[in-house]
Design a protein around this ligand. Structure first.
Ligand code: HSE
Length: 440
């Protein structure tokens, strides 16, 4: 602290970093009144000082070495927005070890190293804030940590990747092809630098792991979560979904199984009933439904990505950090508290399913597939079919859909491995879970 002013070090001046920098200047009087303390941005660490930027910033304020921030005794709070793994990890470790509260939005890092960093924060008594890591502008982290603190969390089910939701909505409602929708999400600043993680489900999985660690106070590693992305979602699946009263959303599902004391953690494109509120969450918007034993069902909704929504989340944490610099005895950062919790193996998880096969246009196809489902004790609630386009091995083929009653994934996989090799089945099945959003 210099004089009566808190000193802020900002590492990273990309899309979110520049949004944070601008808002720290633009809303200074509001933020200072709410934090009850004034501040200065002392140093900003960037990769290349000469790069042209939208924000105007004094040359002397910039450094190309983040150590200049964490080793500067006058800097009180560090905002980490450089992204990536190794350097950001080193930066956060060093800042916490030097007694500097850290605000970060680095979900990939927290998903992988959160258990270590939360413990470091706890042992040093220095808070680590991460509202911006999940759900963009939606205040889900603080809500779980504070407003909902009295609840045992039964489940968290949500749409928490803006890019994939934007792509699915564009395919469903705007008739855009996957590649074009992805390009637009990139232009709007929603997609990751490497959008693979948005598409293959891992960005949502990172956020899901953070929310699960927060809700259950338990350390979790990347292998705890089962992940599928949206790569295989095709227009035909949207057609069947609509016909059957559903849409398709990439959902993160976190559930506590009360009896066994296990956690179910998964990310998958899922069938969502059209009359459920989640089905109406479109474009870059995210929604997170939290069910607690006392509060019941809650839903948080807002922009899940983009410069300003994410800056809002970062700045909320900065104000918390500023308040706590004034009253540092007990910080309101995350204090991990629980025993380790077992994770339910994904093959043991139970939902109804939609399964679409491409099958030859022959007699007895439904019967032979149904017999195998029956052998594995899997009930069928409906079937639907549609002519396929073109020919397969000079024969016509059809789409054939089965809506299945709830069963274990393991049961379904065993049945599918037998069905896939039937001569009447011409390609691997497309499988979606159906989320009923009912209490477990
Ligand atoms: N790429 C992420 C998304 C950004 O699309 O949701 C916000 O975390």
């Amino acid at each position: 602290m210099i004089g009566e002013k808190l000193q802020i070090g900002l590492a990273g001046l990309g899309t979110v970093g520049s949004g944070v920098y601008e808002a720290l200047l633009r809303n200074r009087s509001l933020l200072e009144a709410r934090a009850q303390i004034s501040y200065e941005i002392r140093r900003v660490a960037v990769r290349d000082k000469r790069k042209k930027r939208e924000v105007s910033i004094e040359e002397g304020e910039l450094t190309e070495d983040w150590h200049d921030l964490v080793e500067d005794d006058s800097i009180d709070i560090i905002i980490e927005l450089i992204g990536g793994r190794e350097e950001a990890l080193e930066l956060i470790r060093a800042a916490l070890s030097n007694g500097k509260p850290v605000v970060t939005g680095n979900k990939a890092l927290l998903a992988e190293y959160g258990a270590e960093l939360f413990r470091l924060s706890q042992s040093k008594g220095v808070p680590l804030y991460f509202e911006a890591s999940c759900g963009g502008g939606i205040p889900i982290v603080q809500s779980l940590q504070n407003s909902l603190i009295c609840n045992k969390v039964d489940s968290i089910v949500g749409i928490i990747n803006g890019t994939s939701n934007y792509i699915l909505t564009s395919m469903e409602k705007g008739n855009l092809l996957f590649a074009e929708a992805l390009r637009r999400a990139g232009e709007k600043g929603y997609a990751e630098a490497d959008p693979t993680l948005d598409i293959n489900g891992w960005d949502a999985a990172h956020k899901g792991l953070i929310l699960a660690m927060l809700a259950y106070g338990t350390p979790l590693s990347l292998d705890a979560i089962a992940v599928n992305g949206i790569e295989d979602v095709q227009p035909a699946d949207f057609e069947f979904a609509h016909r059957l009263g559903y849409t398709i959303k990439l959902l993160v599902v976190i559930k506590r199984h009360k009896g066994e004391g296990t956690l179910e953690l998964r990310v998958q494109p899922s069938f969502v009933p059209l009359d459920h509120i989640m089905a109406k969450v479109d474009g870059v918007f995210n929604a997170i439904a939290v069910r607690g034993d006392i509060v019941g069902e809650t839903i948080f909704y807002g922009r899940g990505a983009g410069k300003n929504p994410t800056s809002s989340a970062v700045l909320g944490d900065v104000v918390l950090a500023m308040r706590e610099c004034r009253l540092p005895d007990y910080h309101t950062g995350f204090h991990p508290y629980a025993e380790e919790t077992a994770v339910l193996p994904v093959r043991e998880t139970v939902t109804p399913y939609y399964v679409r096969f491409r099958v030859r246009d022959q007699h007895g196809v439904i019967a032979s597939i149904a017999a195998i489902f029956a052998k594995y004790d899997i009930g069928i609630s409906a079937t639907s079919s549609q002519d396929g386009e073109g020919m397969q091995d000079r024969e016509p083929w059809n789409h054939l859909v089965f809506m299945l009653h709830a069963c274990k994934l393991g049961q379904l996989e065993s049945a599918l491995s037998e069905i896939e090799v039937l001569p009447c089945v011409v390609s691997e099945p497309v499988v979606f879970r159906i989320e009923a959003f009912r209490e477990t």
